[in-house]
Structure formats: C-alpha cells, structure tokens
Design a protein around this ligand. Structure first.
Ligand SMILES: Nc1nc2c(ncn2[C@@H]2O[C@H](COP(=O)(O)OP(=O)(O)OP(=O)(O)O)[C@@H](O)[C@H]2O)c(=O)[nH]1
Ligand SMILES: [Mg+2]
Length: 201
C-alpha cells in the first residue's frame, strides 16, 4: 500500500491528541514533519482540523472567538504532526493577552521545524491586515504557506469564485486559496491530499 492510499481519502483515521504547550520551549522532541494551522480568531481552524481528521469532537471548537489559547499538537498516523494555533486578532481580548498570543505564535513559527503553514482566511472577510502581516512575516522567514478559504458554504457559487479571485489578488496573485467548508465537507479531500504532497521530500 502506498503512503497516499494509506492516508488519502480515508480521513487520517489514526489521529490522536498529543499535548498542549504554552510556547515552543515546551515543545516535545518529536521527529515528524509539522504542519501549523494559523489564522484569525474564529476563522474555523479547529473545525477544519476536525474535518481533516474526520473526527467531530477531537479538536475543541467554539462560536466564541479565542477558544484555542495554547498550541495543541495532534499526531496523524505517527507520520505527521498537526499544530492548532491560537487565533490572532481577537479585538476583545485584553491587550496583554493579545501580545502574549502573537508572541507565542511567532515564537513557535520561528523555531519549529515546519514544513508548511496553512493560512486560513474566512472566504467572506479575508485577508485582513493582520493576515497580510503574518504572510509577509512568513515570506521573510522563507516559510512555506498555503492559503485556505474557510466557511465556503456561506457564499453561493458565483460569489465564491469572485471572492477567491479577490483574495488571490490581495495576496499578490501567486497562490489561490483552496475553498473549504468544514460543515459541508467541501475541499477537505483536496486539502488533505495537498498536505500529503507537500510532505513528500
Ligand atoms: N458556516 C460555517 N461555519 C463554520 C465553519 N467552520 C467553523 N465554523 C464556525 O465558526 C466558529 C469558529 O470555529 P472554530 O473552529 O472554533 O474557529 P477557530 O479558528 O479555531 O477559533 P479560535 O480557536 O478562537 O481561534 C464556530 O461557530 C464554528 O461552528 C464552516 O465551514 N462553515
Ligand atoms: Mg480554535
């Protein structure tokens, strides 16, 4: 059985939660390729991970922004480490707390042995200034990132294509977001396959 057929369309069944860490210094010594899931608070990071894993409640989600406050590590088939990051840009969080989050996210991104950052953008609103700042920061650091549009179910087909083009243009025209809906399952297989391709040496 090849790697791609083992993972591919069967929802990464052997996924489990490893641990939560407050910063990169607490990171366990794990020799697996890492994928980080980044994006604005409430953009749908944790929901997208549940969809990718095919497991509804594995990653905690919430309609209140700021649900994920630590780095949560998930092991996929003992061959991939997926890291759920706290969302940034949650305006109502105390300033001190916001700074702590940004510090934690950038500290992790700078030090982790990352293969890929999934940059999640709400198909209706993104990219916001804070997203563009992070993208610039990732580009400067030479980190590989891929845009993923979330909540595609919120728009009709026509609006969706229009927004995807606008998002592509706003990010410099090089990468177009993969449209996804964690609710409907749209784009989830495509994203899973894309991640696997990116992990190949
Ligand atoms: N319509 C729709 N809503 C979604 C989708 N994915 C997530 N949501 C909703 O968006 C809200 C936030 O989802 P989360 O997955 O917790 O978002 P998050 O980015 O992890 O949020 P933080 O941990 O606070 O940064 C919840 O109310 C979800 O139900 C989607 O595909 N479609
Ligand atoms: Mg979350």
């Amino acid at each position: 059985m090849t790697d791609s057929s083992r993972h591919g369309d069967i929802h990464w069944p052997n996924t489990h939660f490893l641990q939560s860490v407050a910063d990169s210094s607490q990171f366990p010594d794990i020799d697996l390729p890492q994928v980080a899931v980044a994006g604005h608070s409430n953009v749908g990071k944790s929901s997208l991970m549940n969809a990718l894993f095919g497991r509804k409640g594995l990653v905690k989600t919430s309609k209140n922004p700021g649900c994920t406050r630590l780095l949560n590590l998930f092991d996929v088939d003992a061959s991939l480490l997926v890291v759920d990051l706290p969302g940034y840009g949650y305006a109502r969080a105390p300033k001190k707390e916001q700074k702590r989050w940004i510090h934690m996210i950038e500290g992790y991104l700078a030090h982790a042995d990352l293969k890929l950052v999934l940059m999640l953008l709400d198909i209706r609103h993104g990219p916001k200034d804070s997203d563009l700042q992070l993208i610039e920061w990732l580009n400067e650091g030479g980190l590989r990132w891929l845009p993923v549009a979330t909540k595609a179910d919120k728009l009709s087909g026509n609006q969706r294509s229009k927004r995807l083009q606008e998002m592509t243009d706003a990010m410099g025209g090089m990468l177009s977001p993969i449209p996804t809906s964690s609710f409907k399952g749209t784009g989830i297989d495509t994203l899973r396959n894309t991640i696997e391709q990116e992990m190949r040496p």
